[in-house]
Ligand binder design. Structure first.
Ligand code: TYD
Length: 144
């Protein structure tokens, strides 16, 4: 059963990855055991996003996620049913951690942007909440 108790945008946070700079440019790396608060089970990426398009528009029941602007920039608007918070992602050496129970919209993609996602589970449509009213009802039923 989906429980949103104690799940809120306050648990969302930026996670910074190492950045090694020399005259040849920058190198960043991600080690699951050091930087990621979950086991990475899947990686996917958005690219060729047309100007003005919005991605996301859903919450997850159990999935944990980190979104990285590997290239370009975009906004991530988070909403836990009580509060909203916007993050502007524009550098590849940090990512935005999103726990379950948070509605997200990705918008204002710059040209040639790439949104990389590291997530905690294989693709499972039943983990998605794609209807905002359903999401709001689930939040209202939260005994928190
Ligand atoms: P969708 O959830 O609409 O993408 P976004 O959250 O970025 O807006 O997914 C688009 C389609 O791709 C949808 O039919 C589900 C499918 N899909 C997969 O098959 N595997 C995946 O890992 C993901 C993320 C989506």
């Amino acid at each position: 059963m989906f429980k949103v108790k104690n799940l809120s945008i306050e648990r969302c946070k930026l996670i910074y990855f190492p950045k090694i700079n020399d005259s040849r440019g920058n190198l960043s790396f991600i080690e699951e055991q050091n930087q990621i608060p979950f086991q990475i089970k899947r990686v996917y990426y958005l690219y060729d996003v047309p100007s003005g398009a919005t991605r996301g528009g859903h919450a997850h029941k159990a999935l944990e996620q980190i979104i990285i602007a590997l290239s370009g920039s975009f906004d991530v608007i988070l909403d836990d049913g009580r509060n909203k918070q916007a993050y502007f992602l524009n550098r590849p050496h940090y990512g935005l951690y999103i726990p379950p129970g948070v509605w997200r919209e990705l918008e204002n993609f710059s040209s040639n942007s790439i949104a990389l996602s590291l997530v905690s589970a294989p693709y499972e449509e039943s983990d998605y909440i794609r209807d905002y009213e359903t999401f709001k009802k689930m939040i209202q039923n939260d005994p928190k």
